[in-house]
Write a protein that binds this ligand. Structure first.
Ligand SMILES: *Cc1c(COP(=O)(O)O)cnc(C)c1O
Length: 349
């Protein structure tokens, strides 16, 4: 048995999803004539409590279009030091957008809100000729590099109040927003409405083969549409892809709870085998992080036994549950990984 737990991006479209794709009505979406793309955009906008949405090929492009549409050249976007937009998007905001990124450590948890507030420099009335202006504060929910942790609602609500008072837009990299909503048992709209813009993925836990959405008000999404085209992301008969996304939104959101339960079970199994190397309390959604001496070597040993895991850092292994792994697969992964972990030197208490 081989189990691929490297990422929730490895899922393949299910038979029902493929059928929806095959039957999709399509047209030229650059002419705005693809009815399935339009249906997906309207559905997603409504789900998240916004006026409009835009279908884009990837989360990276979604973040770029949403952020760049709200951040003029020479302004700054503030994000957490560990943010995907800072770490894993090839510096696109600087390379292609002429926008500076400034990072804050602990934005998601340890940093006092007053300290965050003190960093925002929007200058709504003008009045500076040399300080870079903050246009957007970006958060990520769930937090990919922190093992899928969910933002507490109170902290998000407080950030919303601070940013709107300061005249700074609030963006959410919601690649796994659906996981956050399911984990907190709240409608996605509750998480959508508080942001100026969002980028949400269909190709992670939801299991669609391709695609993300930019969500926001109509003007903002129109500007994002220009950026999408400028980047070469205008797609033609994209309804075959949008159909997968629509299918995923109706069939694969509630089941994320299964992924979360399985990740929790695996975390507890592994914590019992090797205390101190995994903290089940920090498995809130579909990820488990393991502290090991050498992540590459650990991943190679696991792969030799048929379990694929990711190296999230030199000493950090990441395991992700998803649509294509069931209870048997997780039980098997536990049987393979527990002895490998137990073989490592004990962690000092
Ligand atoms: C996956 C991911 C993205 C976007 O990724 P693409 O591979 O470009 O679709 C953005 N943010 C986070 C947090 C992600 O996990």
């Amino acid at each position: 048995m081989s189990v691929d737990l490297r990422s929730d991006t490895v899922t393949r479209p299910t038979p029902g999803m493929r059928l929806a794709m095959a039957e999709a009505e399509v047209g030229d979406d650059v002419y705005r004539e693809d009815p399935t793309v339009r249906a997906l955009e309207e559905h997603a906008a409504g789900l998240l409590g916004h006026q409009a949405a835009l279908f884009v090929p990837s989360g990276t492009m979604g973040n770029f279009c949403a952020l760049r549409a709200g951040a003029p050249v020479g302004t700054e976007i503030i994000a957490d030091t560990e943010a995907h937009i800072v770490t894993y998007e090839l510096g696109g905001l600087a390379a292609l957008g002429g926008v500076q990124t400034r990072t804050l450590t602990g934005l998601a948890d340890t940093l006092e809100l007053a300290a965050v507030e003190a960093q925002l420099r929007a200058f709504p009335g003008g009045g500076t000729y040399n300080m870079v202006r903050t246009s957007v504060l970006a958060v990520e929910n769930t937090r990919a590099r922190d093992g899928g942790l969910v933002w507490p609602l109170e902290r998000l609500d407080a950030l919303r109040a601070i940013t709107s008072a300061a005249g700074v837009a609030l963006h959410c990299d919601g690649a796994r927003l659906w996981n956050a909503a399911v984990a907190q048992d709240i409608p996605p709209r509750r998480l959508g409405e508080m942001f100026s813009t969002l980028s949400v993925c269909l190709s992670k836990g939801l299991g669609a083969p391709v695609g993300s959405l930019v969500v926001g008000d109509t003007d903002h999404v129109e500007r994002a549409r220009e950026w999408r085209k400028r980047l070469g992301g205008g797609m033609r008969q994209a309804g075959v892809l949008a159909a997968a996304g629509l299918y995923a939104l109706s069939h694969h959101v509630a089941r994320l709870a299964d992924d979360h339960r399985r990740a929790g079970e695996l975390a507890r199994t592994l914590a019992a085998a090797a205390p101190g190397r995994v903290d089940p309390e920090r498995t809130e959604t579909n990820m488990v992080l393991l502290d090991v001496p050498d992540a590459g070597a650990f991943a190679a040993r696991a792969a030799a036994d048929g379990v694929l895991v990711g190296a999230a850092g030199p000493a950090k292994v990441r395991i992700v549950t998803h649509l294509d792994v069931d209870d048997d697969a997780i039980a098997h992964a536990g049987k393979v990984l527990a002895p490998l972990l137990a073989d490592l030197p004990a962690v000092a208490a």
